[in-house]
Design a protein around this ligand. Sequence first.
Ligand SMILES: [Ca+2]
Ligand SMILES: [Ca+2]
Ligand SMILES: [Ca+2]
Length: 678
Amino acid sequence: MPRVAVIVAVALALSAAGCGAGNDGSLPYHPFDPGSGHSGDYGSGSGADGGNVPPGPPMCVEAERRCPHTFTYAGAGGSNPEKSVTLIGDFATDGWTVGAAMAVTGTQWSVAVPAPWNGQVTYKFHVVYQDATEKYLADPANLTQVDDGFGGKNSVLTAGTCTDWTCASTAISCPGGAVGGFDWRDAVMYFVFVDRFVDGDPTNNNPVVAPLLQTPANWQGGDWAGVTQKIQAGYFATLGVNTLWLSVPMDNTDSTGIGDDGMTYTGYHGYWPRDLSKTEARFGTNVELKALVDAAHKAGMKVLIDYAMNHVHKDAPIYQAHMNDGWFNPLVVNGQNCVCGSAACSYDGPMAKVCWFEDYLPDWNFTNAAARAYSVQNAIDWITGSGFDGFRLDAVKHIEVSWLTDLRSRLTKEIEPVSKQHTYLVGETFTGDQALIKSFIDPCNNLDGQFDFPLRASMNSVVLERQGKMTDLISFMDSNDGYYGQSVMSTFLGNHDVPRSIHFAEDTPAWSDVWANGKDRAWTNQPPLVAGTSAYERVALGMALLMTNRGIPLIYYGDEVGMPGAGDPDNRRFMQWSGYSAGQLLLQGKIQKLGALRTAHSALRRGTRTTQASDDDSWSYLMTDGNDKVYVMVNRSDADKTVGGLPVGPIKDEISGDMLTGPSVNVPARGFRILPVP
Ligand SMILES: [Ca+2]
Ligand SMILES: [Ca+2]
Ligand SMILES: [Ca+2]
């Protein structure tokens, strides 16, 4: 199917689905809470926290590794001293044209640049003197030289290896920020919905008691101590996960509120922030949050926090102090309550940035510079206080872009020089509109990427629901691959705002519209655990596609075992930790294998894809990054298929362990094979 047709279908489906899913003011367009204030209780230890962040060298093939090397040039000084010295060479793509400016101490000039792993750097110095004369000089202190092709000489450095390498090439680095560091293309992310994950400390549970409040909308006891236990037990590592997305950590209100569905809710989800400078007591203390981040870093994992910058709860002290001075948008506009999605204020259009998600969630006015500065400072405080590696930013189309660009600027200038890595910002714009999603992506000024909702729609439709043809998905992905430019998108099948992915994969899908919000069964007739194995095989197939392509695959907690659940809050049941069915174990086992293969093969994380063969139900493709080659074969049909596209001869499928013979092999019904070239 041509890409245009897919987009049209998506747009139609979205408008049909509407945007009113959220009850917690967080859903389809929900936000996170804004932070601000001074995290005074976060660490008198100050900026040193960021320095603890990098856990060992990042993952990259040797060809992409860079070792820091300091080049020096001894200036002559005297009556016509050097005014500037620039290192030029092949150490960077613009190394010969732009070079690296050297700093001077006395008459000694120096600059550190990343040198190729066990490779060579060809270079010389461009010296400009006080009288404006200039020279291009080979390194007088290095006798290894080659002709420069212009009658002069270039110097040649033979670089070695190192233990503190960075990953170069296309790892994002922004002017003034960190160079190298963790390459976010290597991330595999897991969304820990903290209240529903592990109750590591029952003494902090403190559920709210209120009339009409039911358990699914109340606090259920999960906390950071529980997450830390799972990090230390290696649970995430077994899935190949190296990045956690934690639900909003700020203090939330103890009040209840009425959702769009008329039901009574608490702030268990974190999207009703109250005191922006404090942690949510039901999740734990500052010390426990820092312990979680430290445990993650020790285990080589990154941590993103969900950050809600669109609004606060009306109980928030910052709102109480600034409700009448322009820091917040007024609720009443032209005599009507401007609640998002109401007749007065649509979720889209001119009022999208100023509407309140609920009449108890005051909306920040970031056209007010003081309010914006306060909120951005709070986000910075959370990073410096606990050493987080980035943010998941909610509802980005509902705030002023200046908030995002201000945050990015401060991260680049203040955080990255300490953390030594690029700070990852992933946004949520719940839409099928690729252009709208793309409009916020600009890794040095705005977001690194966003959640790829259009890809999810195509994947759920073609792979889980088996609508259309496999070639529809191939066409979409081929057009989607380069659409977002320099970006690191997050790819996913499910999240906390949509029905659990297992239900789209049932023999008869519980929802036929991939954009369904599942609210129709959120409180009654909730779906039970899916029987059998076929639905689990289809979810595994979808995950196989995500885990063998670029982007940061996201696992929504519980989806690795096919937990059931309709729309919010039924899609947020407490994590199931035992008593798995055969289907659940099958899915979990396949995701573990996929995680290990993605970790082992750079071609799967960073490679480019070439279709080898395809038909209505199957797809065979090659992922290659120049160092590594992996064949992937998938079959969505309910019958085995013979699929081609492999090289001639023996090759091993790492999923089944089968030794096969190309070019054509059997791929089981609802199955996939992954075959690295040794
Ligand atoms: Ca607890
Ligand atoms: Ca609280
Ligand atoms: Ca807003």
